[in-house]
Structure formats: structure tokens, C-alpha cells
Write a protein that binds this ligand. Structure first.
Ligand SMILES: [Zn+2]
Ligand SMILES: [Zn+2]
Length: 339
């Protein structure tokens, strides 16, 4: 990120607001002091000066410009991203929205640009409008398209913005929605499954003595080995998560309407450290207890169907009747009490 002080163009931006097409040069002012454009928008520093733009957010495969001549006093943020449905834009949205918000709060006019000014930058600005105006994805996107009719983000970004909406306009890494999303991204990115990022795995519950408040521990029914915590369960029947994830697989309407866990005979969880050697290099297989080798469930990177009819992708499935729920007693460390 480039930061420089000394210039304040904030007061000049009203000159561009009246005739964005000409004076702002290849940009469209979608909100007061918020511009959207393509690579051409930063090709000429003079264009930025004319519009009073002193903050630039680049969402592209390469930085939009080199620091130096003509760009003094400019605040910039570069988020590397290809315009492909697989690109993870969601994980960067909080940073982007904060950059836009902070710059505007300081009186700076902000340009958000990608290469064509049609998909990536549109997705980021849509997220900003959603959050600041508390709008649904559809409303914010429609609204933006009335200002910039050629705006058309790819379907992967549409889906990510819907998740962003479901999470309350903030990316919560501990939420089941985000964990599931991240797993799907990994599945797309590592089809050969050789380099699983360590942060993908939940910490083995046997290595931590202290539980979180209200955390429930799940143990092997046969040998009592601790397997996972309730915080690792990716519940597909609560909230709108199931609807949001239904874009890849058709799912029976049954699962959407009941909202009951009764039909689910399995827990779908995030991968836990003890699974790592099992998951590497294979698409699917059984999940066995790391201590007694009892069969606990199964996994499939391409997804499995729950007993309720819902497809979960990827799936790490533990049969409910193979584990016991134990309530953690935080004050007493690792002690547990059977429910
Ligand atoms: Zn289910
Ligand atoms: Zn066991």
C-alpha cells in the first residue's frame, strides 16, 4: 500500500460530479466521491486529478500503476484478483470496504477500478453499497446497474456477495458459512489435493484442555477419544446457509422447508487435524477414529448427500450414532460431562 501526505484534493471533487464522462476520464461516479472505472482510469494521472481522486483501489491481476510521477499524494490499495468465478474476492471484502470508507471519511474521492470496470470493481463497489446502505445484494446490484448499465460481475462474485449479505456484511472467519466457503475454494484450487493449507484444519481437541463456553465436545463412542468440537460443525439446516450453497447442486425443497435436524443422521464438520493424512491425495474415503479405528463416517471432496437430502460440498461426515456429546466444563479444564 502506498501512503503519502501533503495533498488534499477532497475539496475539488465537485468539479467531476457534474460531468463524469468527460472530466473524470473513463470513470463513472456511482456515489458522491466514489468512482468506478477500468484500467484506462489510472492510465493518465491527470484524469484522477481532474476528478479530485486521491485514493485508488485496484482489483486486478497487476497493480494499476507504478508509484511516482503524477501519483504523489495518492493513497492506494492493491488486491490481486482475476476476473474468474473461482477467485476468492469475499476474503478481501472487509479490507476493500474499509479502505473506501476511511478514504471518503477523510474527504478523499475514491476510485475503485479493475481492468474493464465491469466485474471485479463492480463486485467491490456493490459490497460497499450493500454494507453502507444496508441493502440486499440484488437491490445494491440493481441500483449500481442503473448508474452503470454495463456493470456485470461474474456468477462466482454474485454468489460470494450473497454470502457476504448472509454474514451481515462482514466476513466472519469462525462462521460455518465462511468455513464451508473456504473449503469449497480449496477444493477448486487443489484438485490434486497435495497442499492442504494448515489453517484449513480445526485444532485437534485432544491438544487443548480448555473449552470455550458452551462448547460441546464430541468423543468416539467406542474409545472415548475426543474428535471435534461443536464449533467445527457446519450446520446446513440453520439460517440461510443451505440456500446460499445450493448453487452448485440441485437440492430437494424438503431440506429448505423443514429446518429440522431430526432427519440428519450425520454431523458435517470442518476437517480436524487428525484427519489430515487420510484426506491427502484422495477424493473420498472413510473417516476412522484415530485411536481405535472405529468407523466414524466418510469424506468426499466433491460432496456427499446428507440423509435430509442436502448436498454438502466438500463433505466430512461423522455419523451421529458413532459419537457422544460431552458438555465442556470450562472451569475444570478438560473435564467433561456426558449430556
Ligand atoms: Zn441434513
Ligand atoms: Zn475410537
Amino acid at each position: 500500500m502506498l501512503e503519502a501526505q501533503g495533498l488534499n484534493h477532497g475539496g475539488e471533487r465537485q468539479t467531476a460530479a457534474t460531468s463524469p464522462a468527460s472530466s473524470a476520464g473513463h470513470t463513472v461516479e456511482v456515489r458522491p466521491g466514489l468512482y468506478l472505472g477500468g484500467a484506462a482510469a489510472v492510465a493518465e494521472p491527470d484524469h484522477l486529478k481532474e476528478a479530485g481522486i486521491t485514493a485508488v483501489l485496484t482489483v486486478d491481476s497487476e497493480p494499476g500503476f507504478q508509484a511516482g510521477a503524477g501519483f504523489e499524494g495518492l493513497r492506494s490499495l492493491f488486491v490481486p484478483a482475476l476476473d474468474e468465478p473461482e477467485t476468492d474476492l469475499l476474503s478481501h471484502l472487509d479490507r476493500c470496504v474499509a479502505f473506501i470508507g476511511q478514504s471518503r471519511a477523510e474527504g478523499r474521492a475514491v476510485l475503485v477500478h479493475c481492468h474493464a470496470g465491469v466485474s471485479r470493481s463492480v463486485a467491490v463497489v456493490t459490497a460497499f453499497i450493500m454494507k453502507t446502505e444496508q441493502l440486499s445484494f440484488e437491490k445494491a446490484y440493481e441500483n449500481l446497474q442503473t448508474v452503470k448499465p454495463e456493470a456485470k460481475m461474474n456468477e462466482g462474485f454474485e454468489w460470494q456477495l450473497k454470502l457476504y449479505e448472509t454474514m451481515g456484511y462482514e466476513v466472519d472467519p469462525s462462521s460455518a458459512i465462511y468455513k464451508q466457503y473456504r473449503l469449497q475454494k480449496v477444493t477448486e484450487k487443489y484438485p490434486e489435493l497435495r497442499n492442504l493449507p494448515q489453517e484449513l484444519f480445526a485444532v485437534d481437541p485432544t491438544t487443548i484442555s480448555q473449552g470455550l463456553k458452551d462448547d460441546i465436545l464430541y468423543k468416539c463412542r467406542k474409545c472415548r477419544r475426543s474428535l471435534f468440537r461443536s464449533s467445527s460443525i457446519l450446520d446446513h439446516n440453520e439460517g440461510s446457509g443451505p440456500i446460499a450453497f445450493a448453487h452448485k447442486r440441485p437440492s430437494p425443497s424438503l431440506a429448505l422447508t423443514t429446518g429440522s435436524q431430526v432427519q440428519c443422521t450425520s454431523y458435517f464438520i470442518e476437517p480436524v487435524q487428525w484427519m489430515e493424512s487420510t484426506l491427502l491425495g484422495v477424493i473420498d474415503g472413510q473417516l476412522l477414529c484415530p485411536k481405535c479405528s472405529a468407523k466414524l463416517g466418510s469424506f468426499n471432496w466433491y460432496g456427499e448427500q446428507c440423509s435430509c437430502g442436502r448436498w454438502v460440498t466438500p463433505a466430512f461426515q461423522i455419523h451421529k450414532n458413532r459419537v457422544d456429546e460431552m458438555k465442556m466444563l470450562p472451569a475444570l479444564g478438560s473435564q467433561t460431562r456426558k449430556l
